[in-house]
Each structure stands twice: as structure tokens, then as C-alpha cells.
Design a binder for this molecule. Structure first.
Ligand code: SF4
Length: 98
């Protein structure tokens, strides 16, 4: 079985209250959801637990925004993405509807 070596990194995340954010995203694989007009990060969580893996940069695991130009079979083909406040506190700001 193969594992994925390269998923699009979360280059920048301005959702600093997220438990995965410590000077950037450290979640191994975020999910971007399709809820209303927002391409919101469904991995966003506020918790007293510090999330993720400190020495890795977060990456996109799956994305439900099939109408985005970067979406290919529910995965993201962008070089990298940026997350920050939009319609929700943590939207994919690289989202580009076709
Ligand atoms: S750029 Fe598009 S395909 Fe990639 S995570 Fe954001 S909304 Fe999904």
C-alpha cells in the first residue's frame, strides 16, 4: 500500500485560536468542508490540548469543495493553501470556484 508523500501544505493560517496553530498549522491532514458558501476548515478546533505534530507543517488531506478549480477527486491540487477568517473563522482562502 502506498502513502502520500506530498499533499498541499497550509502555507499560512491566521486562525490562531485553533489548537493546531502554533505559529502555523501543524495538523497532519486538514479537511476542507462544503458548508454554505464557505470553504471552511473542518479540522479547526479550540481545545486546551495542543494539537498536531510540532515539527511538521499542516497539509490538506481532503476537500469537499468540488467546484474549486484546484479540486481533483475531492483532493486538492494547489501548490499550497492559505487559511484565515472569511465566512467562518478558518476558511480556505485559496478557494476559487470554477
Ligand atoms: S484550494 Fe480549493 S481544492 Fe484546495 S483545499 Fe482550498 S477549496 Fe479545497
Amino acid at each position: 500500500m502506498k502513502t502520500l508523500l506530498q499533499s498541499p501544505p497550509v502555507r499560512e493560517c491566521a486562525a490562531t485560536v485553533c489548537s493546531f496553530n502554533d505559529g502555523g498549522c501543524h495538523a497532519p491532514a486538514i479537511t476542507v468542508a462544503s458548508s454554505g458558501d464557505a470553504a471552511s476548515c473542518a479540522t479547526f478546533v479550540e481545545s486546551s490540548v495542543s494539537g498536531g505534530i510540532a515539527d511538521i507543517t499542516g497539509a490538506v488531506g481532503a476537500c469537499a469543495r468540488t467546484e474549486c478549480v484546484f479540486n481533483a477527486n475531492l483532493a486538492c491540487s494547489a501548490e499550497s493553501i492559505t487559511v484565515g477568517p472569511g465566512a467562518t473563522v478558518s476558511d480556505c482562502l485559496t478557494y476559487q470556484p470554477a
